[in-house]
Design a protein around this ligand. Structure first.
Ligand SMILES: NC(=O)c1ccc[n+]([C@@H]2O[C@H](COP(=O)([O-])OP(=O)(O)OC[C@H]3O[C@@H](n4cnc5c(N)ncnc54)[C@H](OP(=O)(O)O)[C@@H]3O)[C@@H](O)[C@H]2O)c1
Length: 256
């Protein structure tokens, strides 16, 4: 019998993370699910544990000590993990840079950069133990490649995710552990609700009258990346809705 495959997902309480848990459960993978909102993890466990083994743990990825302790406490039956989905992340403050509180910049760096690094560092030994076929799928963003107004530190944090993914690949080349920067464009999740600090109207307005990606669309890509034959590494996968593209360059002009 082949060994049980295990996916470790950060930010499994919502959006891409939750849809990814469901997608891997459908394929029979065991799940290690984390996020700060424990009651949501509990609900997801209730939903999926009839299909596959599920281990849940409340975790704030910004807390490096908590990350190490959580990883150390993962039951033996869920080790070593096969795939890490570094999904926990957020954007804050869509206002122009000059109007943003420093604290919001720090929160994005602490979560999207330091949090992702904390989890990767803690799980690398297990991924190395898995070897061929292991994967790290990092949630980057189109914002990590393309600038737009109001992206400031969010986009910069996702550019970090891209370059960290590429650099990891260089060091892991002989280990069998694959690394991908998965960079979605507009997708309808709780992302905009978080970015606008709970403005449901602003969130609905952003997605209205177009056809954004869904959480399930991204979960499908994550599953695809993680289940390719072990000799294939997707370095970066950028995915947008067909109805999203780039805008022209902005030019500041004198009044007529
Ligand atoms: N939606 C988009 O348009 C889009 C596009 C490109 C990239 N992304 C990226 O995709 C990832 C998932 O976003 P989403 O769209 O699914 O948004 P979402 O619905 O808001 O989900 C974000 C998840 O991240 C978790 N999270 C946030 N801060 C955390 C922390 N400090 N510690 C642990 N978990 C934390 C949240 O869980 P708790 O609050 O329970 O901790 C939640 O489960 C993010 O990295 C985001 O930047 C999103």
């Amino acid at each position: 019998m082949s060994k049980q495959k295990v996916v470790f997902i950060t930010g499994a309480t919502s959006g891409f993370g939750r849809a990814t848990a469901r997608r891997f459960a459908d394929a029979g993978w065991a799940l290690v699910l984390s996020g700060r909102r424990y009651e949501r993890l509990e609900a997801l466990k209730q939903e999926l544990q009839g299909k596959v083994p599920v281990h849940i743990a409340a975790l704030d990825v910004r807390d490096a000590e908590a990350v190490s302790a959580m990883v150390a406490a993962v039951p033996e039956a869920f080790r070593p993990i096969t795939t890490l989905v570094n999904n926990a992340g957020l954007a804050l403050a869509p206002e122009p840079a000059q109007k943003v509180a420093l604290e919001d910049w720090h929160t994005m760096i602490d979560t999207n950069v330091k949090g992702l690094v904390n989890v990767t560092h803690a799980l690398l030994p297990q991924l190395l133990e898995t070897g061929a076929g292991a994967s790290i799928v990092n949630l980057g963003s189109v914002a990590g490649q393309w600038p737009y107004p109001g992206s400031h530190v969010y986009g910069a944090s996702k550019a970090f995710v891209k370059q960290f993914s590429y650099n990891l690949r260089c060091d892991l080349i002989s280990t069998g552990v694959r690394v991908t920067d998965l960079a979605p464009g507009m997708a309808e999740t709780e992302f905009t609700l978080v970015r606008t600090r709970g403005d449901q109207g602003a969130s609905e307005k952003l997605y209205r009258g177009t056809h954004p990606l869904s959480a399930e669309d991204i979960a499908e890509q994550i599953f695809y990346i993680a289940t390719l034959p072990p000799h294939i590494n997707i370095n970066r996968l950028e995915i947008m809705p067909s109805r999203q593209a780039w805008a022209p360059f902005a030019v500041d002009r004198d009044p007529a």
